[in-house]
Design a protein around this ligand. Structure first.
Ligand code: ATP
Ligand code: MG
Length: 409
């Protein structure tokens, strides 16, 4: 690419130089033509003058007796003036030979040649240099952080390609900066939320434990308060755990211990674990599986955690939908697991973002659900680190999370 650029750039300049040299040569030739013409005219006049001089002096010699001196002079002057010849004019070409130029003329011709070469070259390269100026102005703007600047694209040459790359760079840097800014905002939001989420349950945990320890309460009430404090503590633990594991994924500190894992078995186990949660939320679940087992190479704990995040979400956000359906298929050496829940539809504008860290859809930003928006980001990290992927779609037929994992270890 660079090689091509250098060549093309050099060839173009070479072409401009040749063209300027040809035009400069033509200019010099034109100049010499003009000199020749003037010189030729002057020489002709000189010949006429010499002829006239000769005939005038012959005439005077022949008639010397009959005319006096003053008349001689009159005749001579008249004969000269009648042809309008300047006796002191100097020929531009050297008088000895017609082919040789006066050194002064040669010097002027060289000067004209040189000056016109420079002028033509500057004219030819003007467009190029003014475009370079535009590009450099663009770079200046970029260097001071103005990423809205766009360098106009002219022609289809190397400079246009540079401009194109700079424009693309500006767009990409702007996008990165915006993403950074939005992550930063989300982080700040998270810190505020986490601080709030930590403080609220902590305050009530302290409050309930204080009541339990000081007052002489009936055993029933005591149990109730302890139960509340316990649930709040579990929530706190989950929050801290999520934050902790997410940062571990972000910094690549996670080590997978990959073994053969049967996903069919794993999902049955997970559904058993979630049974109380389904019941609590008044949900029924089904699991359609077309194969007796599906072996993948995975770290069982992490993979179970990723699926647990999806099932947990289906319960949390699909409580109004009465049903949660799981399905497992094996196709072309891939296991495809879908988890479908009903109820709240994820708006189109949100669906592309739900796998981003700290992203939560408007309807779920309340105390009741109280998530951190890290669950799907963690799940996606885990599936991708296992060579798979997870996607989501949502509509009136339900919200579907589809996981694809490669079969075998
Ligand atoms: P966390 O899982 O960290 O406790 P969370 O559930 O809010 O918090 P994610 O699991 O990352 O975070 O989900 C991001 C958002 O996507 C949720 O806040 C919710 O708005 C939406 N969402 C996720 N799963 C579903 C689902 N099954 N149905 C409807 N909306 C969902
Ligand atoms: Mg979640």
């Amino acid at each position: 690419m660079e090689e091509k650029f250098i060549h093309s750039f050099r060839y173009r300049n070479l072409w401009y130089s040749i063209l300027s040299a040809i035009l400069a040569l033509l200019t010099v030739l034109f100049f010499l033509g003009v000199v020749n013409f003037i010189s030729y005219t002057l020489l002709s006049n000189q010949e006429v003058k010499q002829t006239l001089e000769t005939s005038a002096s012959d005439y005077i010699t022949q008639n010397s007796n009959s005319i006096n001196n003053s008349v001689k002079e009159d005749i001579y002057r008249e004969s000269m003036n009648s042809k309008n010849v300047q006796s002191d004019a100097k020929p531009l070409k050297s008088s000895q030979s017609n082919d040789k130029y006066d050194p002064v003329i040669i010097f002027i011709a060289l000067f004209i040649g040189f000056a016109s070469f420079i002028t033509y070259f500057l004219i030819f390269t003007k467009r190029m240099s003014s475009y370079l100026k535009e590009i450099s102005k663009g770079i200046d703007e970029l260097s001071i952080g103005n990423f809205d600047v766009r360098i106009p694209l002219r022609n289809d040459d190397e400079f246009t390609r540079i401009a194109q790359n700079l424009n693309r760079m500006a767009v990409e840097i702007k996008a990165i900066m915006e993403e950074e800014r939005s992550t930063e905002n989300k982080k700040n939001e998270l810190i505020t939320n986490v601080a709030h989420d930590l403080r609220t349950p902590l305050t009530s945990i302290i409050g309930y434990l204080d009541l339990v320890s000081k007052k002489d309460l009936p055993a029933e009430i005591k149990d109730k308060y302890i139960g509340i404090a316990f649930n709040k503590s579990i929530r706190l633990e989950k929050l801290i755990e999520d934050l902790f594991s997410y940062t571990k994924f972000e910094f690549g500190e996670v080590k997978f211990n990959k073994v053969e894992v049967d996903i069919v078995k794993m999902l049955y186990q997970l559904l058993d674990e979630f049974y109380p949660s389904f019941k609590e939320n008044g949900l029924e679940y089904s699991f359609d599986v077309t194969v007796p087992s599906a072996i993948v190479g995975a770290d069982g704990d992490y993979l179970a955690r990723a699926f647990a995040n999806l099932i947990g979400n289906a319960i949390k956000y699909g409580a109004d939908g009465k049903n949660v359906n799981l399905r497992l298929d094996v196709k072309d050496k891939e296991v495809i697991v879908t988890i479908t829940n009903y109820g709240e539809v994820i708006p189109k504008k949100d669906i592309a973002h739900i796998f981003e860290k700290f992203y939560r859809v408007e309807y779920s930003r309340n105390e009741e659900h109280g998530g951190t928006g890290l669950g799907l980001a963690i799940a996606r990290n885990i599936f991708e680190l296992h060579g798979g992927q997870v996607t989501a779609r949502s509509g009136l037929n339900g919200t579907v999370f589809e996981v694809v994992l490669p079969i075998g270890i």
